[in-house]
Design a protein around this ligand. Structure first.
Ligand SMILES: [Zn+2]
Ligand SMILES: [Zn+2]
Length: 400
């Protein structure tokens, strides 16, 4: 089924909901799916919507999470749960408040990501997309940063259990993909590559280039930490200066990616300056790398993104369009039906076009770099930290 894409989506995935005042509202995925639908992508014969989103059993979750943590999530999911009783597990905080049926809602998102991985691994789909997933901050033993169960890590652990020996995880969310890194810290079978705003200025305060993996996995954990305010040019330059060389040398059998779009300049929770156009180009690059280096085996996940109307629907419609082999021309107008829906349901004016008007042309690293430039120096720190462990020369092209 070359080219076929499976999109994991059903109304039950909306039950992962921390309440009306929380930034990670299920309206984000709802609006993205609505825009995808209004573009007619779901009518494309290559696109399948799958509602196969099981609530994963404890044993599957516990490949990543500690049993006492899963038990704590279940206790916090009861209707009469004490909001503060599981604080040591990161539950009941302002970031990750408890809600009824939290366990089932969270385990279902992980089930959707696992189904996506399975559809691709078993050849029924070329690519899969779960926009409700990408909950990359969840730790083996605690909830963190709006994330309860780490669906990305659970899907990767499942792939390893099926016998895969090399999986690459790429995380373009503005925050460090700390939970996925932690889950496979000392596992050389998983290379994690996270590009994010520097931990000096942003949650979760990790993701330094010097975090390179445990003693048996040195150089398989990769962190590109860029200064706050970095725009498309520097961000894409960093991604391209680091990721493809490492992926080529690692030879993954499968790529899982997290497409948090909170690096956008309008996002209220972070301070990067990416446009929809830069985010789209990153998704296009990851798609191309999946074909070039992993036989097309690609599971794409959602993630952060807190500008619900201007940013998330366009960023994630692009991810689905790219995975479906039907990329949307950036100059395309947003369908009137979508704009009317947003006006009626949110009382807001939706954007008019799929572009923010940018056409980034990031300078290739092999043309040289400037050690005095803060972005180049951040990129260089990552190359120096991990390239030698992967048989690559960090400074092969020299400065200028
Ligand atoms: Zn493809
Ligand atoms: Zn984020």
């Amino acid at each position: 089924m070359t080219g076929a894409a499976t999109i994991l989506w059903n109304e039950q995935l909306r039950q992962y909901d921390f309440g009306p005042d929380h930034p990670l509202s299920p309206i984000r995925v709802q609006l993205a799916m609505r825009l995808v639908e209004d573009y007619g992508l779901l009518d494309h014969p290559q696109v399948t919507i799958s509602a196969d989103t099981p609530i994963l059993d404890d044993a599957t979750l516990e490949r990543v999470h500690r049993p006492d943590y899963v038990a704590a999530v279940k206790r916090a999911s009861q209707p009469d749960a004490d909001a503060n009783a599981e604080a040591r597990y990161g539950l009941g905080t302002a970031d990750t408040p408890i809600f009824e049926n939290m366990h089932a809602a969270s385990a279902r998102i992980a089930g959707a990501s696992l189904t996506g991985a399975r559809e691709v691994l078993e050849g029924r789909a070329r690519h899969s997309v779960n926009l409700s997933g990408g909950l990359h901050h969840a730790m083996p033993d605690r909830a963190s940063g709006f994330c309860v169960y780490n669906d990305a890590a659970v899907a990767i652990a499942w792939l390893l259990d099926q016998g895969l020996e090399r999986v690459v995880y790429i995380d373009v969310d503005v925050h460090h993909g700390d939970g996925v890194q932690a889950a496979f810290w000392d596992d050389p079978r998983v290379m994690t590559i996270s590009i994010h705003e520097s931990p000096a200025t942003l949650f979760p305060g990790t993701g330094w280039p010097t975090e390179i993996g445990g003693p048996t996995a040195l150089g398989s954990k990769v962190n590109i930490a860029l200064p706050a305010g970095t725009g498309d040019q520097g961000w894409l330059r960093g991604l391209h200066a680091v990721a493809p060389a490492l992926i080529e040398s690692f030879k993954p059998q499968f790529i899982v990616s997290q497409h948090g779009c909170d690096g956008h300049f309008e996002d209220p929770l972070a301070s990067m300056a990416l446009s929809i156009d830069g985010l789209r180009m990153a998704a296009e690059a990851i798609h191309a790398w999946s074909h070039r280096y992993a036989g097309g085996k690609w599971l794409a996940l959602g993630g952060g993104g807190y500008e619900w109307v201007d940013v998330v629907p366009r960023a994630w419609a692009n991810v689905i369009a790219i995975a479906s082999g039907e990329p949307i021309n950036p100059k395309t107008e947003i369908p009137d039906s979508f704009r009317e829906y947003v006006k009626e349901s949110m009382g807001r004016v939706a954007p008019y076009r799929m572009t923010d008007g940018y056409e980034p042309w990031p300078k290739a690293w092999d043309l040289g770099y400037n050690p005095a430039d803060p972005v180049d120096s951040a990129i260089n720190a990552t190359r120096n930290a991990v390239f030698p462990y992967n048989g690559l020369v960090p400074d092969s092209f020299g400065g200028f």
